[in-house]
Design a protein around this ligand. Sequence first.
Ligand code: ADP
Length: 739
Amino acid sequence: MRPLFEDPPAVIADEIRRVVPPVEEILIQVKSDLGCDGRFGEPWVIVTPRRFALIDDGEEPLHVPLNAIRKARAEAIVGGGCLIIERIGEPAIQIPYTNSLVQTFGEVAVNLNLLLEGKPPVLPTQFDATRCRRCGRLLPERGGICPACIRKIDTLLRLLSYLRPYAKMAIALVVLTLASTLLDLAPPLIIRQIIDDVLTQRGEIGLLFQFAGALLGINILAWCAGVVRRWLNNSVGCRAAADLRMDLYRALQFLPLRFHEKRKVGSLVSRMTNDAELVEDYLSFDLPFILSNSLLFFGILLLLFVMNWRLACLVVLPIPVIVLVGSLLWRRLEGTWRRWSVRWSRLSSHLNESIKGIRVVKAFTREDYEARRFDSRNLLVMQASIAAERTCLVFFLVSNFVMSFGLFLVWYFGGLQIIRQELTLGALTAFIAYLWMVYQPLRWFGDFYSFMVRAFAGAERIFEVIDALPEPFKNPDAAPLAEMRGKVVFEDVAFGYDPGKPVLQGINFEVEAGEMIGLVGRSGAGKSTLINLVCRFYDITRGSIRVDDRDLRDIRLEDLRGSIGMVAQQTLLFSGTVAMNIAYGRPNASTAEIIEAARAANAHEFIIRLPDGYDYQVGENGNKFSGGEKQRIAIARAILQNPRILILDEATSSLDTATEHRIQEAIAHLVKGRTTFAIAHRLSTLRSADRLFLLDRGKIVETGTHAELIARRGQFYRLVQAYRKTVASIDIEDRKVPA
Ligand code: ADP
């Protein structure tokens, strides 16, 4: 299948034949889902090596030779995008489309530009699906799973597969459940014997003792079975849920950055807490309840028909009504609980965001505003809960009401049979006892079903994460990298975070092992993106990146990232000791090695002044340290890891001269002999770099040493001049401040 080549209807095919000569190969043939006036329509875009054509229903076809086109762009607009064809000396052609075609038209623009530059087009062979192939609904994420098409039975089977490691316990549980069910069936039969054989006939006391003793014995056995069953329930359910949580956590760790960027932290956390707890409760309580009560339900029905089929028919009379009402309400319940789940995850996202950003909230005195926002989200969760609970209540009330008819019928017709001496009192009593045993679970099925729906919705949200495609971290096809030297080559690299919106284009460079490169450019030029590509946080759209003459995709990600060290602008410290944080990349490093790294990073002095020295607890996010201290710990971390490629993302915030000096010293120590990419803001870094790459709008526009670029008096020179002017004006402002 070629995603940029669709089959047109006959009318359009005729039009295409009219404007495209048969000798010209059609490279692209796609339709938009919006008319050129923004209304519904299906204009077709045709591209051949020589022309661009637009065929819109009811309009005269438009065709333009490629040499009359300057450029093609795909621009984002609200709800979708617009392909803009800039013509020479003529107004631009605009073709709008909805969000589901952003990738398609992004590729049309890219390939059209390649043709305009005289290069061969690189037509994609496959796109990630944006709509479900089965039901056609828009997928929550590209290439993801359609929540509407997940079958409940598949979710159940998958949940059951988590019981497999505890199969012995689970089988024991089923056997015990069967035994308990049989035991539960016995007492009404014995009661019948007591009434009919002893009480109504003034029978022997010995017989009464035997029957009462049997009742006691059965109750004791049932009690014992119940204790063991609960114990097993609990341990099987909790273990299976713990395994599920572990799978979810591992999946989260190995998922690509793209996945994490699309999700809010709170929504992922709510899967780990809320959804996993629902599944745990389902496996521990709900599933065993459904199993035992289903057995009991069918067991008793059978028994009732054997005992007295005419009365049994009366017993089952209300059941179809209950099932009908249930199935109508349950469908509604499913939607409500799914809504509850989504709203709950939004609430949890909000909580996470506002607690993490509490400093900002306080600084802007937005406490009340945040509380109001929380309130409105909380209200939505409450409304969903109430709607669901009400649905359950309706079921409960309706089923109770209908059941009372069953009870009336059995008492009345059963009583008639006794009067006509067709039935004994004992038999009727046993019948009524069974009747309650049939109705009781039916009444609670509503509640348990509602619980099951919630648990399934939770399980689906968990499986969605587990099933998302992980990074090829341990790709078996990728060869291990024995020893990296650190040569990095970019060849015609293009990349965009969103398909069809390139951020980097035509990036070409060769960096020798041990070279230090300073990346400079305005904010948003693509410096961080370039670094992300070296670490393979994202895969490139076009071109190739080679490390030590091997394509990045052929190197095991584990080895690649293991050889890259990073000192980021925002240093993240994990809760634990200072030593543990320094040894994060090499947990088995000795204390001596950790201290040596800290010394080299100029961090040793301040660490030993801490109350517990290297054993000092850094606290969450390392909040107890200053920016400069955190940075030096990060440098020590990188020194200890001893990477071949080093990524330095310099902090833009200015530090005091002494700290700055110490950090510079530490960095100088760190970069020695390693291939370094530094996003450089400080002049000292710019000077010490072997070469500078100046990026502008996703392209490298100037390269050379600091002196060369200054001498060239180009864009870099202007950037430095502007920077100096800003610094000078700050200096003057500073001097104006009265002492
Ligand atoms: P720089 O580091 O030079 O400031 P970046 O590489 O961070 O620039 O950003 C380059 C462009 O890519 C910007 O337009 C930015 O908005 C966009 N961008 C950066 N990160 C992402 C992302 N995760 N998702 C989408 N767009 C992004």
